[in-house]
Design a binder for this molecule. Structure first.
Ligand SMILES: [Zn+2]
Ligand SMILES: [Zn+2]
Length: 569
């Protein structure tokens, strides 16, 4: 297959390009005469606005081309209407069928157009088997979980702070307990929000405050959140390699590009050390048409005993091309014995076909099909380095601690986790059992075995009979309960699920908030996600908005229904 990039440059610099341009512009040539020449077609579509060239380009088979695909996505982005954007995206996918950018652009178009056709195009692309696309989805998937987890913890801490706020502001001034001073305390308590204006610092400071108040169940949930954040952080460490791959800072990116794309990147074979890197490079050289370089790498591996089935088969293919049939045959025979791949059988079949041994040839072809391999190729087929090979190579690098997530941000979480096991607590009582007002040891009163505030105490003491007392207790209590549930509903309006946490239904609440945050974080922290180098796609905002809206709808309905049902008990 031709090297588009190289031949296009040569064409541009040659006098032929001018002649072709004039001929086409003056109508002496018809663009259809060049229907099998991608360089002329590409040149003509770029020099003149020639949509017909696009439809001809769609019929040409080229190696995956990152650049052409990106140019077409750019045009799709700037397109005047959806129809044009759609057709540009189709051509972009023709040039690079496995790029995640094309897939996401089609999905974005689905949302904008409210039409399922682009979605069908998206899922017909072989995106998920591609290494770069997998890495992209994996990295941003982990990022999404980590951010959602953090926000989930933040909402938990914020909600519990709201719940315990009256108590905190009461305790700030232990001298004299009146309401004015309570408001001053409130202002002091809100200081971290006003001072830091940073979600992380606010999270840490309120967590430290809550640590000494929340009950055992609430503390366990806090530990759960902290622990899962640390665990996800640990699992995110290999992502640092993936990020440098996506940002084109890794040598493996260039090897991937050479293996899968029409690319004129050159890596010096002496600079690579590991076996897998040499296999990538040898395969890539062969794709670039550098047969001699590929052969010397393969032979080097073969004769030093690295007889991977891909090495043997691909080296034999080079011998096949150079008509060194005896050598090729020996190697095919070796490869057929060595592994369970169909390619060597197919290639051996081709070799027999060339020597007009038809029955032998069809025997090998049948054997190839038995090994799940068939092809209409008339040339020997190479074994392509698999995504697995890339994972193995990239993960064999030593782990980098600094990268996507700063480990210094994780340290405080670990410290707080340890602190949750300290026995120190604020002394109870926190609230008056009758009216629910915040109280402390100093302003508490005891009646029978109930602890209450001074006001309730005097009220209840003045009633003489038990019936009146119960009635009074009930009316004072229900006023407080109504206020509590009003706050719960308000909190739930702010973040669906937080109302449930406020009411003490921590598990369901956390689950709902987590789902909510999965939908919200792409909109809240767009810069935290990893954008690969050279990224061009339709705006993904419509996808994120649609995702956030549907998540919001479902979780609002669910959380409010759940809150109503828990009022019964
Ligand atoms: Zn009271
Ligand atoms: Zn007090």
């Amino acid at each position: 297959m031709c090297q588009f990039d190289v031949s296009y440059q040569t064409f541009l610099q040659s006098p032929r390009s001018e002649a072709v341009f004039l001929g086409l512009a003056q109508g002496r040539y018809d663009v259809r005469e060049f229907s099998d020449d991608p360089t002329v077609l590409w040149f003509w579509r770029n020099s003149a606005d020639a949509p017909y060239a696009d439809s001809l380009l769609k019929r040409i088979k080229l190696r995956r081309n990152f650049y052409l695909s990106a140019v077409l996505r750019w045009e799709a982005k700037e397109a005047e209407n959806h129809e044009m954007a759609n057709s540009k995206l189709h051509l972009a996918s023709h040039f690079d069928s496995s790029a995640i950018e094309n897939f996401l652009s089609f999905v974005a178009l689905t949302v904008i157009q409210r039409n399922l056709d682009p979605l069908i195009s998206a899922f017909s692309l072989p995106v998920f088997s591609d290494f770069r696309s997998q890495i992209f989805l994996l990295t941003n998937g982990v990022m999404l979980i980590l951010l959602a987890l953090f926000m989930c913890g933040f909402v938990y801490v914020a909600t519990k702070t709201v719940y315990y706020l009256p108590m905190f502001s009461h305790r700030i001034d232990p001298q004299e307990h009146n309401r004015i001073k309570g408001i001053m305390g409130l202002v002091i308590l809100l200081a971290p929000v006003l001072l830091f204006r940073n979600l992380y610092l606010i999270f840490i400071s309120y967590m430290l405050l809550l640590l000494f108040t929340i009950n055992m169940r609430e503390r366990n949930w806090l530990r759960m959140i902290l622990l899962s954040m640390v665990v996800v952080f640990v699992f995110s460490l290999p992502l640092n390699h993936f990020v440098s791959f996506l940002k084109k800072n890794s040598k493996y990116y260039y090897m991937y590009e050479m293996v899968h794309y029409d690319s004129n990147v050159h890596i010096n074979p002496d600079s690579v050390s590991s076996e897998s890197e040499r296999i990538f490079l040898a395969y890539a050289f062969k794709q670039q048409g550098k047969f001699e370089k590929a052969m010397s790498l393969y032979e080097d591996m073969y004769y030093t005993g690295h007889r991977d089935i891909a090495v043997v088969n691909n080296l034999a293919n080079i011998y096949f091309v150079y008509e060194e049939e005896a050598k090729a045959e020996t190697l095919y025979a070796y490869a057929m014995r060595a592994g369970d791949r169909g390619e060597p059988f197919f290639n051996m079949g081709l070799l027999r076909l060339r020597n007009l041994e038809y029955s032998e040839s069809s025997r090998y072809m049948a054997e190839a099909r038995r090994h799940d391999f068939s092809s209409s190729s008339s040339e020997p087929v190479d074994i392509i380095p698999s995504t697995n090979d890339f994972y193995q190579a990239i993960l064999s690098e030593p782990l980098a601690i600094f990268g996507v997530i700063n480990p210094m941000l994780v340290l405080p979480l670990i410290i707080i986790f340890v602190l949750t096991f300290l026995p120190f607590r604020f002394p109870s009582p926190f609230y008056c059992t009758t009216c629910g007002r915040a109280i402390c040891k100093k302003c508490q009163e005891q009646m029978d075995d109930e602890v209450m505030c001074k006001e309730c105490f005097t009220k209840l003491k003045s009633t003489e009979n038990v019936e009146m007392e119960a009635l009074l207790k009930h009316s004072v209590g229900s006023r407080k309960r109504r206020l509590r549930s009003l706050i719960a509903y308000l909190v739930n309006v702010a973040v669906p699920g937080a109302g449930l946490i406020y009411m003490g239904r921590n598990f369901v609440g956390l689950l709902v908030v987590f789902v909510v945050m999965l939908g919200y974080t792409p909109l809240m922290f767009p810069t935290m996600f990893i954008k690969p180098a050279g990224w061009v796609s339709l705006s993904l905002l419509p996808i994120f908005v649609a995702g956030a809206l549907s998540v919001a709808l479902v979780t609002y309905v669910y959380s409010f229904l759940a809150m109503r049902s828990s009022h019964g008990d």
